[in-house]
Unconditional design. Structure first.
Length: 435
């Protein structure tokens, strides 16, 4: 975000009028009033030291949970100390969009390494320099699929609702028709998808594992989509790829996802990053920057921004995207995490998530009224029924220092990662039994 540049009222009002708004507050109307802070009620005449202490006491009212059983798009994973040790160096915490990019060989190499690892993780051919978050990566993938005679995009109902809303916003602005394919027993309804595909369908997006934590029959879905001549987009949890087949192995044309699980803390919601990868055939539609490897005039290894003819700053009138950043510090964080963990480490994390989640699910579902809602296999999230008031149960857990699952349709979406111990799971079960 750039620096704020003051403008006089008439200029501000003209800009508001141009976008159909009356006040600056209208710009933030989507944010609930109860969470807006209009003004900090600081006593007058306080020194810098006093203000720091005063605000610190206010911040102490925040609750930071050590035991977390919630995911729903943002996940609590262990971050090796080397990740922060490297990415915290001051030479990396700098402006991340150099306009004479080849001068910044270090930044370009870090982006190149990130892209390479994302390709290895997804089993696809090309990756970009990352976008803002997983939801915007998904929305950007829509533009890659759309063609002149194919302007309808299908999306599974079993995807993250926030991702769906982001897709709807992008489609509204670009005039693309977005249609939701219903879910059946927690997963995409295959027959409904077959009936909705036609020669105007640009592509289909599904999430693996899906929003309810369930593992979809991704290969079969991809085959159905390709038979209709449409593109297949998979949203993936990168940690799950330690044990599940890659999007490339399951026939995806494009893979997208949220990179937060790769070494980034929950951090009250950000900053995160999105990742995108695709087949070679779709390479020239990939948004954002692509760092490539070459050699200089002396034959030494060098890095450049490549395929720039597809970039919006080169061919702005034909650009499919407005993505102009590359989240380089977050991308480097993900790259350092993946390098530190390696394939075996990532597989161990995924295995711990899988086994602990299944242990928790078996114990919770034994409690009367808390049975599993869906029968399909799951990774590290699962939905149980809830016999009582969900909000009261969450409040009771919070009093015990536990951040419980996410309320969904009179049930609870639980998440278990390698950070949750057997003792924590057993303690959770004991509390639910008492409730």
């Amino acid at each position: 975000m750039g620096s704020y540049i003051p403008v006089n009222l008439s200029e501000r009002d003209q800009m508001l009028q141009a976008i159909g708004l009356k006040t600056v507050d209208d710009l933030f109307s989507q944010i609930p009033d109860e969470i807006k802070v209009k003004k900090l009620n600081l006593p007058e005449g306080m020194s810098e030291l006093e203000v720091g202490r005063y605000v610190g006491r206010m911040a102490d009212k925040n609750t930071c949970f050590k035991t977390i059983f919630r995911g729903a798009g943002a996940y609590h994973h262990y971050i090796p100390s080397i990740v922060k040790s490297i990415t915290g160096k001051e030479e990396f915490v700098t402006a991340y969009t150099p306009y004479q990019a080849e001068i910044s060989q270090g930044i370009l190499q870090s982006i190149f390494e990130f892209q390479t690892m994302i390709c290895q993780l997804t089993g696809l051919d090309v990756s970009n320099a990352s976008v803002y978050d997983g939801a915007s990566a998904t929305a950007e993938a829509i533009a890659m699929c759309v063609e002149r005679k194919r302007r309808k995009m299908l999306v599974s109902a079993a995807v993250d609702p926030m991702t769906l809303r982001t897709m709807q916003t992008y489609c509204f602005g670009s005039g693309v028709e977005l249609i939701v394919v219903p879910a059946k027993e927690g997963v995409t309804d295959m027959e409904a998808l077959k009936n909705m595909l036609d020669d105007t369908t640009a592509g289909f997006y599904m999430q693996q594992p899906n929003y309810y934590g369930l593992i979809e029959d991704a290969e079969a879905l991809g085959q159905v989509v390709h038979e209709a001549g449409a593109k297949y987009v998979m949203g993936v949890n990168p940690i799950s790829l330690g044990v599940l087949k890659t999007p490339g192995e399951q026939g995806a044309d494009i893979a997208v996802g949220e990179g937060q699980p790769l070494g980034m803390p929950l951090a009250f919601g950000g900053p995160y990053l999105g990742f995108m990868a695709c087949t070679t055939a779709m390479m020239r539609k990939l948004p954002g920057r692509i760092a490539g490897e070459t050699v200089d005039v002396d034959g030494r290894r060098a890095f450049v921004l490549t395929l720039q003819a597809r970039e919006q700053h080169i061919r702005r009138e034909k650009a499919l995207s407005n993505s102009c950043s590359n989240q380089a510090l977050c991308a480097m964080t993900a790259a350092v995490y993946m390098a530190a963990m390696g394939p075996d480490g990532l597989r161990q994390v995924a295995t711990h998530c899988l086994s602990k989640a299944h242990y928790a699910a078996s114990k919770i579902s034994e409690i009367p009224g808390f049975g599993l809602r869906y029968k399909s296999e799951f990774f590290h999230e699962f939905v149980t029924e809830c016999p009582g008031n969900v909000s009261q149960i969450m409040s009771a857990l919070e009093k015990e220092g536990i951040f419980g699952g996410y309320p969904v349709e009179n049930g609870i979406l639980w998440c278990v990662t390698e950070m949750n111990t057997k003792e924590e799971i057993d303690h959770l079960v004991d509390i639910l039994k008492r409730l």
